[in-house]
Design a binder for this molecule. Structure first.
Ligand SMILES: NC(=O)c1ccc[n+]([C@@H]2O[C@H](COP(=O)([O-])OP(=O)(O)OC[C@H]3O[C@@H](n4cnc5c(N)ncnc54)[C@H](OP(=O)(O)O)[C@@H]3O)[C@@H](O)[C@H]2O)c1
Length: 209
């Protein structure tokens, strides 16, 4: 598959590297594709490096690994119509301020032809792509208005190693997913590590994956 990963930070690096390990064709989009950071990332992962526009143009599927506050402005320059857009973003402001419109819903409204799937935003970057490294069951959430896109992304998550994938329904779930950030930040502070995740305990009759 051809992927574009928008963002060269912790998340873009982890996702881009994992996709390359899985044998996909990846271009990672950067603000400064000729800069040292982007070039080092390309050398480390083997992925191609380009502008955000070039990464999206290359792709059949696009990952949004940008700050939530910046995503819509950057996506305006990108070809994402009719493509699966996997939105991992959170608002930096969500740490201590209420969310007015969740990013996932705002992006879908701005780009109605994108097939947006919200997932992974409540998971540490390294665990997104190595979930088994925790050594016990834990959950990733997924939501989309596009049932078929959600099912395709669920398969991709399985290829990353995810066994427990909880479908939260349509994109109205983005509010709950993005509001986990203050809890996540407090847990990181108290546990002193990012090597943790949430697990949902339920009985066998529950319809969770
Ligand atoms: N880190 C995690 O564990 C984690 C977990 C779950 C969700 N998320 C979410 O995933 C997204 C990416 O997180 P991250 O940790 O990879 O972030 P990061 O390390 O700060 O990287 C952000 C990326 O966005 C780019 N960017 C473009 N415009 C920007 C601007 N105006 N200000 C700042 N950065 C800008 C940065 O470019 P440059 O490289 O040129 O600076 C960088 O490539 C965020 O929405 C975050 O909330 C992160």
């Amino acid at each position: 598959m051809k992927f574009g990963v928008l963002g060269t930070g912790e998340v873009g690096s982890a996702i881009g590297g994992k996709l390359m390990q899985l044998g996909h064709d990846v271009v990672i989009g950067s603000r400064q594709p000729g800069g040292d950071k982007a070039r080092a990332l390309g050398a480390r992962t083997g992925a191609g490096i380009g502008s955000y526009r070039e990464a999206a143009a290359h792709a059949e599927w696009v990952f949004n690994a940008l700050p939530g506050e910046e995503a819509i402005g950057i996506l305006r320059g990108c070809a994402i119509d009719d493509k699966i857009l996997i939105d991992i973003a959170n608002y930096n402001s969500a740490v201590d301020q209420p969310i007015v419109t969740p990013i996932g819903e705002a992006i879908q409204a701005a780009f109605p032809r994108a097939r947006l799937v919200k997932t992974l935003n409540s998971v540490s970057a390294h665990l997104m792509v190595e979930p088994t490294s925790l050594g016990r069951p834990h959950h990733v959430f997924v939501a989309s208005n596009d049932i078929s896109a959600k099912s395709e992304v669920t398969e991709l998550l399985r290829s990353f190693g995810w066994a427990s994938i909880l479908d939260l329904g349509d994109l109205t779930a983005c509010r709950a997913m993005e509001q986990l950030i203050p809890l996540w930040m407090r847990l990181e502070e108290k546990l002193g590590t990012t090597h943790f995740n949430l697990a949902v305990v339920h009985d066998d009759a529950s319809p969770a994956a």
